[in-house]
Design a protein around this ligand. Structure first.
Ligand code: HEC
Length: 135
């Protein structure tokens, strides 16, 4: 093979190696992203569980089964794997509170920082993730 021929072969080989690397990256990147997203969600659920135990269990019960007259059950089929609408409802209720349907106390407090509550957006999100995870 002459010099040009060798150069062409080297170039083509190099090109194919790079193409293969790009292809492998394209194949494995989505899986890596799904795994990373799941990890983040797991961590969020974990934080939500801690927030729930510290702030919510007193009225909604340690297992979210509710306490008569105090807080509704949250550990319900409706909340488990709640759709986007349900998640939005949970989020606004946690942020803005809710009156007790019995018309008596206690009411559901306002938790969001924007309502002078103790929880920031991420914490509210963690709680929604935890409640819809349902365990
Ligand atoms: C002081 C008692 C109290 C505490 C503490 C409390 N809640 Fe509530 N919660 C209530 C009451 C009362 C209701 C309204 C029940 C009703 O509709 O009559 C309620 C309702 C809710 C609802 C709406 C349920 C539904 O299906 O309509 C959600 C969601 C909720 N609470 C989440 C939380 C979370 C999360 C926390 C902790 C950050 C929390 N609550 C802490 C008393 C409390």
């Amino acid at each position: 093979m002459d010099t040009i021929g060798r150069q062409v072969t080297a170039f083509v080989t190099l090109f194919m190696v790079v193409a293969l690397i790009v292809l492998m990256y394209g194949i494995f990147e989505p899986q890596r992203r799904v795994a990373a997203a799941q990890q983040q969600k797991d961590a969020s659920i974990e934080r939500g569980a801690e927030l729930f135990a510290a702030n919510c269990a007193i009225c909604h019960g340690p297992e979210g089964k509710g306490i008569a007259g105090a807080g509704f059950p949250l550990n319900t089929a409706q909340n488990h794997n709640g759709d986007a609408k349900r998640q939005a409802y949970l989020q606004t209720t946690i942020e803005n509170g809710k009156l007790n349907v019995t018309g008596k106390l206690p009411v559901m407090p306002m938790w969001a920082e924007k309502n002078n509550g103790p929880l920031n957006d991420q914490m509210v999100g963690d709680l929604v993730n935890f409640i819809t995870y349902g365990n």
